[in-house]
Design a protein. Structure first.
Length: 297
């Protein structure tokens, strides 16, 4: 009886592997997630401080909220301690917009943001309207630069997934982590100087993928397990690439490839997006003279 059960188990495993091989050769999605099943609660605070001795009639604040939906994340509920307007762009970025009127001299406002998320341990297929957006060169992702194109071509392999793997390992092994850099430098800087922070690792990986015709993008947010009060010092950038119908995580700075998806909380998709009111700001943006804004747990 035990022998028969063992034989049946082996046959089942072989059938699964054969089916996955057929799906892979046909270009169909493999290793897809089974839905968003991991609940996560995150929260963070933003302090707006009037450092002047004047009454400020109007102060505007835009704060990143978790991305509405990715292959491994869905934002279910969002709330703030103050009335706000939620602004979204075509990529799924969300920003909380707040206005403070008649802020007294030296006064401070503390804005608390809380979000309920559902995460997935492996990627789920989601509709992509225009993959061309993730193939073009743009600021910090200079995929049309000759030096980047030469590197990308040297890493090209028989299949897109093999190509991505070679790009990932090259970036992870050939760039030196230089610690936090206050301003993004981009892919070309990373290649020329062979160093950077997490942003440069992600930008160079993304640029090489795009130069090889593989859709890729850079995301920013936090890497954490369990419910968490987000700390600004923990902000991190990573990349995603699109192969076989799903977006997969690639984090060359941390040497994480196609795993640990449920630990990545995406707060923004970086790149050209006219509808994103925060532009290149990683956490928040504000408007008003004499204002100091900070994020803290």
């Amino acid at each position: 009886m035990v022998l028969i059960l063992s034989l049946l188990a082996c046959l089942t495993l072989v059938a699964v592997l054969l089916q996955r091989n057929v799906e892979h050769r046909a270009g169909l999605p493999i290793s897809q997630g089974k839905g968003y099943t991991i609940a996560r609660h995150v929260q963070y605070g933003i302090t707006v401080h009037n450092e002047t001795n004047r009454l400020l009639e109007k102060v505007e604040l835009w704060v990143h909220a978790p991305v509405k939906q990715t292959a491994t994340q869905r934002c279910e509920h969002l709330q703030t301690s103050h009335p706000h307007e939620l602004i979204a762009d075509e990529q799924g970025n969300q920003a909380v917009y707040l206005v403070f009127r008649n802020l007294p001299p030296y006064a401070a406002k503390i804005v608390n943001v809380e979000a309920d998320l559902m995460l997935s341990a492996s990627p789920n297929p989601i509709p992509v309207q225009n993959l061309d957006v993730f193939l073009k060169a743009e600021k910090f992702i200079e995929s049309d630069d000759a030096a980047i194109c030469r590197l990308a071509q040297s890493l090209k392999a028989a299949t897109p997934l093999e190509t991505v793997g070679k790009i990932f390992h090259w970036v992870a092994e050939n760039l030196r982590y230089a610690g936090y850099l206050p301003k993004d430098r981009g892919a070309l800087y990373a290649l020329k100087n062979r160093q950077g922070d997490c942003s440069e690792f992600a930008y160079l990986f993304t640029a090489c993928c795009r130069a090889n015709g593989i859709p890729a993008r850079v995301l920013g947010g936090y890497v954490c397990s369990g419910n968490r009060i987000l700390n600004p010092a923990d902000y991190h950038d990573w990349a995603e690439f699109y192969v076989n119908g799903v977006w997969q995580i690639a984090d060359p700075q941390r040497k994480v490839f196609m795993r640990d998806a449920s630990q990545y909380v995406a707060m923004q998709m970086l790149g050209d997006s006219p509808g994103n009111p925060l532009g290149e700001s990683h956490r928040f943006r504000f408007s008003g003279d004499g204002i100091k804004v900070s994020m803290g747990p």
